[in-house]
Write a protein that binds this ligand. Structure first.
Ligand code: FES
Length: 573
C-alpha cells in the first residue's frame, strides 16, 4: 500500500502537511504525481515545502448566483501564491436555486459528499470554499466539517439592489409581492417585463435576508470566514480583496493545522443561532444548522432554537422581515456591527479562522446606520425571527418566521382547505369555486423530504386569486415544505414528521379546525384524539418516488426536518 493510500484522512502527517505524502516520497507513485502536475506547466519549485491549498469552487453558469466565482478564485490564488502556498482550483457539483428541479435541497447532501470526498481524496493541506447561492454554502460546510482539513469560506456576496421606476427591489421578496399585484390585475404586462430586467442586475446571490444571505452570515458567525466577509456585495472590489486575504490565511492555517472541528464548537453554534435570530434569518437555517451540528456530533435539539428565539431580539432591518437590502447592511457595518451589538449574548471566546476569537474580531466594529442595525435596547422585535411550534399537528416540531408574519394572524383558528400535493394546489388555487376565505387555513401535504421529494420551497402557498382581488394579501398556510428565505407571510413550515412519513398532516380533512398560536408556540388540529388515532391507523404510505440511483439512496436515508435532513449515515454520533 502506498503512502498516498494510507494518509487519505484529515489528519496532518508526520512532516506536517498531508500533501507531502503525495509529492514527497522518492518512489514511482510520487514521481508520477509530480510529473502529471508539471504537465499543467508548474515548475518543480511548487513541490518544496509549499502547502497545497485547494480552491473548492461552486462556480457554474447554471448556478447564476455563483457565476462570478472564477474571478474570486483568481483573487484567492493571488493570496495563496503570495503567502508561499500552491493553489489548485477544483470543481464540485453546484446547486443553482433558480434553475434546478425539483429543488436544490434534494441534492444538498450529494454536494456535501462530493466536497468531503474531494477534500479527503486529493493532496490538500487546506481548502478555500467558494460559495453563495442557497444550498452551496451549507453543502460545502457540511463536507468540509466531515473531512476536517483546514478550511476557510469565501462567500460570493449579494447582488446590488434592484431599482425599478424609483423603487428599490429585493430579489425574491419584491418579485413575490409584484406577482401578487399582477395576479390581482394591479400590474400591467409592460411593467412586469420591466421588473424582469432590473430585479437581478449584478453578479451575486439574492440581496435580501434570504437563505443565501442568512447562511453566508451564519458561517461568518460560526467563525468560518474572515471577519466581515459575508456581506460585501459581489460587485464590490473588496469582495476580491477578501478572496486574496482568505487565500493568504489558508496557507497559514495549513501550517498551523487549524481544523474545522476546532472552530465548530457548541459555543460557535450558539453564536450562530443567536445571530440567526437577530438578523431575521431564513427558516432554512434551522435545517442547515442542525445538519452541521450533526456532522460534528454536537447535540442541537430543535428546542434550542426556540430558547434562543425567546431571548434574542431581532435587530436587523432587512427584507423580507424589514425594509432594507443587503447592500445597506454592508454599508451600515455588516455582520460585525450586528455581532458587536449582540456581544452581551455571545460566547466571545469562540475561535475563528483568523486565529482570533469572535469577541476580538468584532470589538472594533461600528454601526454607521441605526435605521438598518438596531440596538438590543430598541429592537425591531423583542424576540428572534424564527419560532418553533409544537402540537398534535406537529409532534416533532414546525417552524414559523414570526417577523415576516401578519401580527393579526399569529393567533388564529380557521377551517382547513387541504391540497393533496403541489399539482393539486396549482390546479385548484385559482378556481373561482374554491371554498376558501380570508379566515381559512390552507394546508399542503406531500411536500416534505420524502413526499415531494426534497422538501421544496413550496410552503408560501399562493394566495387564491379571488382573495387577492378582494384585497387579501396573507392567510395562514401550513405544510411540510420549506419556504424561500426571501418569502414572507403567516406560513407554518417544516411540519414534522412529514405527511409522507405518516405525520398527522397526512390525515387533516377539509373543514377541520386548526389553531395557530405563535406566542404559545402551539399548532393544534382540533379533532378528538380518538378520531385522530383512528385516521392515522387507516393511513396508507404513498409509493416511493424512486426505486434506483441517487433518489433511492436519498429516500432510504434522508432524515426528517427536525433532524436537519442529512443522510443518517453521514452524521457523527
Ligand atoms: Fe441564488 Fe437566491 S437564487 S441566492
Amino acid at each position: 500500500m502506498s503512502a498516498t493510500e494510507t494518509k487519505a484522512s484529515g489528519e496532518k502527517t508526520q512532516n506536517g502537511l498531508r500533501s507531502r505524502d503525495w509529492f514527497g516520497p522518492n518512489d514511482l507513485r510520487a514521481m508520477t504525481a509530480r510529473a502529471y502536475l508539471r504537465s499543467e506547466g508548474f515548475s518543480e519549485q511548487v513541490f518544496y515545502g509549499k502547502p497545497v491549498v485547494g480552491i473548492c469552487n461552486s462556480w457554474s453558469e447554471l448556478t447564476t448566483c455563483n457565476a462570478h466565482l472564477r474571478q474570486v478564485a483568481e483573487a484567492v490564488k493571488r493570496g495563496v501564491w503570495a503567502a508561499g502556498g500552491f493553489p489548485l482550483e477544483f470543481p464540485t457539483i453546484s446547486l443553482g436555486e433558480v434553475l434546478m428541479k425539483p429543488t436544490t435541497m434534494l441534492y444538498r447532501n450529494l454536494m456535501a459528499m462530493d466536497v468531503e470526498e474531494c477534500i479527503r481524496a486529493y493532496p490538500l493541506d487546506a481548502v478555500v470554499l467558494l460559495c453563495g447561492c442557497d444550498k452551496t454554502t451549507p453543502a460545502q460546510l457540511m463536507g468540509a466539517a466531515s473531512a476536517d482539513v483546514p478550511a476557510i469560506m469565501v462567500p460570493g456576496g449579494p447582488m446590488l439592489r434592484g431599482v425599478w421606476r424609483g423603487q428599490e427591489l429585493g430579489s425574491g421578496t419584491d418579485s413575490r409581492r409584484l406577482w401578487n399585484d399582477r395576479r390581482s390585475g394591479a400590474l400591467s404586462d409592460e411593467a412586469w417585463c420591466e421588473v424582469e430586467s432590473c430585479i437581478a442586475r449584478s453578479p451575486g446571490h439574492c440581496m435580501v435576508m434570504g437563505t443565501a444571505s442568512t447562511m453566508t452570515s451564519l458561517v461568518e458567525a460560526l467563525g468560518m470566514t474572515l471577519p466581515g466577509a459575508a456581506n460585501i456585495p459581489a460587485a464590490d472590489s473588496r469582495r476580491l480583496a477578501c478572496g486574496e486575504e482568505s487565500g493568504r490565511r489558508a496557507v497559514e492555517m495549513a501550517r498551523e493545522g487549524l481544523r474545522p472541528s476546532q472552530i465548530l464548537t457548541r459555543e460557535a453554534f450558539e453564536n450562530a443561532i443567536r445571530t440567526d435570530m437577530a438578523i431575521g434569518g431564513s427558516t432554512n437555517a434551522i435545517i442547515h444548522l442542525t445538519a452541521f451540528a450533526g456532522r460534528l456530533g454536537i447535540p442541537l435539539p430543535i428546542e434550542r432554537f426556540d430558547e434562543f428565539s425567546r431571548t434574542t431580539p431581532f435587530i436587523t432591518n432587512i427584507k423580507p422581515s424589514g425594509a432594507y437590502l443587503m447592500e445597506d447592511l454592508y454599508y451600515a457595518g455588516g455582520l460585525p456591527a450586528v455581532m458587536k451589538e449582540l456581544a452581551p449574548l455571545l460566547h466571545a471566546g469562540a475561535l475563528t479562522v483568523n486565529g482570533k476569537t469572535i469577541g476580538e474580531n468584532v470589538a472594533a466594529a461600528e454601526c454607521f446606520n441605526r435605521a438598518v442595525i438596531k440596538t438590543l435596547k430598541a429592537p425591531i422585535h423583542p424576540e428572534g425571527g424564527t419560532v418553533i411550534l409544537r402540537g398534535n399537528l406537529a409532534p416533532c416540531g414546525a417552524v414559523i418566521k414570526q417577523t415576516a408574519a401578519s401580527p393579526q394572524l399569529e393567533k388564529h383558528v380557521g377551517r382547513a382547505v387541504v391540497f393533496e400535493n403541489y399539482d393539486d394546489l396549482m390546479a385548484r388555487v385559482d378556481d373561482p369555486e374554491l371554498d376558501v376565505s380570508e379566515d381559512s387555513v390552507m394546508v399542503l401535504r406531500s411536500a416534505g423530504p420524502k413526499g415531494a421529494p426534497g422538501m421544496p420551497e413550496w410552503g408560501d402557498l399562493p394566495i387564491p386569486t379571488k382573495l387577492l382581488k378582494a384585497g387579501v394579501r396573507d392567510i395562514v398556510r401550513i405544510s411540510d415544505a420549506r419556504m424561500s428565505g426571501t418569502a414572507y407571510g403567516t406560513v407554518v413550515l417544516h411540519v414534522s414528521p412529514e405527511s409522507a412519513a405518516g405525520g398527522p398532516l397526512a390525515v387533516v380533512r377539509n373543514g377541520d379546525q386548526i389553531e395557530l398560536d405563535v406566542a404559545a408556540r402551539r399548532l393544534e388540529l382540533r379533532v378528538p384524539e380518538a378520531e385522530l388515532q383512528q385516521r392515522l391507523r387507516s393511513w396508507q404510505p404513498p409509493a416511493p418516488h424512486y426505486t434506483r440511483g441517487y433518489g433511492r439512496m436519498y429516500l432510504d436515508h434522508i432524515l426528517q426536518a427536525h433532524e436537519g435532513c442529512d443522510f443518517d449515515f453521514l452524521r457523527r454520533d
